[in-house]
Design a protein around this ligand. Sequence first.
Ligand code: ADP
Ligand code: MG
Length: 379
Amino acid sequence: MNLQQRVIEAFEQQFGERPSTIIRAPGRVNLIGEHTDYNDGFVLPMAIDRAVWLALRPRGDGRIHATSLEQTEPVDFALADIQHSGGWGEYVKGMAKMLLDSGHDLAGWESILTSDVPVGSGLSSSAALEMAVGCAFAVVSGFPFDGNQMARFGQRTENEWVGANTGIMDQMISANGQAGYALLIDCRDLATQPIPLPSGTAVLIMDTMTRHSHTESGYNERRQQCEAAAAYFEVSALRYVSITEFLAHETELELPIRKRARHVVTENLRTLNAVKAMRNNDAPLLGQLMNESHASLRDDFEVTNDELDIMARTAQAQPGCYGARMTGGGFGGCAVALVQADLMHDVAAAVATQYEAATGLKPQIFSTSAAAGTAVIQD
Ligand code: ADP
Ligand code: MG
């Protein structure tokens, strides 16, 4: 049974009728452009075929009731009285709060949701949840789902309600993904351009089975270091520092600030070069840029762990692999590889064996295709 069928069946069991609306909101994998989003820079993610599925019906009493098939406790609250309570409900409440604070008139709903986006693995299960919830509010309350605007509410939910100081990439791609395309996002103004994947390639997601936690990790520290570097260059974000300017002044910056800035400045360049490579159907060049991105995240930004390094290195060494890198915030989670489509299974099998031999961990490796963004699904 697929997730759509499962969520409908669970809804019918709980509510005794079919849901009035079914929403799908995908997770994402970032091909390149890591830790650039909160520096006003460029990112190049794609929405994946793993997603949050949410089935709902409206309710007239201004309450939200949501059950997740992956969680024991349902979420239940009145829109008129939104309080922190911890747990996964924070993402639902945060979205409601941000929408209300911006003047939206919200109606209540009740729902069942389920997801196959692994939690804390760098594929953005939280952004998928936020976009599903945002879409639920849009449908029930009768306003359009504006992807960029909803992404901003999702980011504010993370920043202001949950306390995770994350950028806007995850919500942007979950909201605006296009089937068959990665999306170049300029995080300065949220302009987007769909970019086709090179022909004959496939994307592998390789889960190290180690996990991050944004609020506890060095994520916030990295953000502060980037801000310090931007302040030195007297700009609002590192996006506005060119490679020439950086090279002219880098020795004036202290370590590790210098290394953090070097990553962001070079990663923005690599991302724009990756777009050119994709437009030229140049898979080897795209792969090489992904490898360089990993090295930069490992040596300059220092957000990999041993398992991510082993995973990327192992993938890079396989015939049929164009390139591989960690993806997402880092400190654990997944790596992503661009591979020759006809050798995909060989690469996945070899990496799985060699990674397990090196780490003792059994990785999850799966292929993914570029999927559509958040939408109501007609069944
Ligand atoms: P990620 O990198 O996967 O986004 P986060 O720590 O940012 O990791 O978000 C994970 C959190 O999102 C979970 O702890 C949970 O609160 C919420 N979440 C994700 N998937 C689900 C789900 N299927 N049901 C309920 N909550 C979920
Ligand atoms: Mg998250």
